[in-house]
Design a protein around this ligand. Structure first.
Ligand SMILES: C[S@@+](CC[C@H](N)C(=O)[O-])C[C@H]1O[C@@H](n2cnc3c(N)ncnc32)[C@H](O)[C@@H]1O
Length: 304
């Protein structure tokens, strides 16, 4: 088994071949999107070229890597692959072959929505995070968000019998039997016009379940954010914090095989997880090292 809490400057397929079976608890990778772009730093140095080739090249590149990821992922482990809407259909078909589909998370990068080239076009300001597991037994720590002030304002009705505030929502598809039962349990509010609604008391829902559309982990833009390390596709810590917290536990091994500037590894370290980082770009490894702020050995093509 390779050493943990290190970052490796090597092709990830070569590194994965050196990792034990069933040993990694969480794999997150923000992969090559195959956009054809060359990503550069502010001072015009090439960070990496985001190009694989045609569809066949993409499949030939990713398939052996996903096969290895399946072998090294723990039987209760989780794998999250981030890419854009152009690549995701192909990646999803490949992942379906090797893993169990759980969900597709939409990460909306900004609130305003960048990317539409003309007023008639729709902004494509999101990435997809494909969420799979190796089996039906896996880690998913509960994430809920406290109700915000806006949603609390909806609790404007007061039930004097139980002395609690409540909000109402239309009944929808409940059967008459269910509605009668709810009425017996004091769960129905009837408006002055005679329309029935379902009551939700404030104490029943003081947290809201997180949806699979994430709008609150804002992307970083060069020069606008202190967190930015001049790695062109660096992802925000808030996104990785949610992922690592949600899909792994303390001391688990978290691996990012396309680690770029090391965001996943920084968060894994902060949240007391062990990590393995890998990137083929020397610039990525240098930035990851600086962010991790320790003397990690860097392996280059198996040489220390
Ligand atoms: C989208 S970026 C990752 C950015 C990262 N999430 C961050 O927060 O900085 C993809 C990375 O994959 C790396 N990469 C591309 N092909 C690779 C390979 N075969 N092995 C290892 N890394 C590779 C690139 O150098 C690039 O840094």
């Amino acid at each position: 088994m390779i050493e943990l809490n290190k970052i490796y400057c090597i092709d990830n397929l070569e590194l994965m071949k050196q990792i034990d079976d069933n040993s990694i608890n969480l794999i997150y990778s923000d992969i090559l999107y195959n956009t054809g772009s060359t990503f550069k730093t502010k001072d015009n140095q090439i960070a990496y070229v985001d190009k694989i080739g045609n569809t066949e090249d993409v499949i030939n590149f990713y398939e052996p890597r996903f096969q290895e990821m399946k072998r090294i992922l723990h039987s209760t482990g989780t794998i999250l692959i981030q890419c854009d809407y152009r690549l995701s259909p192909y990646i999803q078909i490949l992942l379906d072959k090797y893993f169990m589909f759980q969900d597709k998370i939409i990460w909306k990068k900004t609130e305003t929505g960048k990317g539409a080239k003309a007023l008639k076009a729709l902004s494509k300001d999101y990435d997809e995070i494909l969420y799979y597991t190796k089996s039906s037994k896996f880690t998913a720590n509960k994430i809920s968000k406290p109700n915000d002030v806006v949603s609390l304002k909806e609790f404007k009705y007061f039930d004097e019998n139980v002395e609690k505030y409540f909000k109402i929502v239309p009944l929808g598809m409940y059967s008459k039997i269910s509605v009668d039962k709810m009425r017996e349990n004091n769960e129905i509010y009837t408006s002055r016009t005679g329309k029935d609604y379902k009551k939700y008391y404030l104490t029943d829902i003081n947290e809201t379940c997180l949806s699979n559309i994430w709008v609150d982990c804002h992307n970083l833009y060069n020069g606008e954010n202190k967190e930015m390390n001049d790695y062109p596709t660096q992802k925000p810590k808030s996104l990785l914090e949610r992922i690592v917290h949600m899909f792994s536990s303390k001391n688990d091994i978290v691996a990012d095989f396309f680690c770029g500037s090391g965001t996943t590894l920084v968060i894994a370290k902060e949240l007391d997880r062990q990590y393995i980082g890998c990137d083929i770009s020397e610039m990525a490894i240098k930035i990851s090292e600086e962010r991790l702020n320790n003397n990690n050995t860097i392996y280059k093509n198996n040489k220390e």
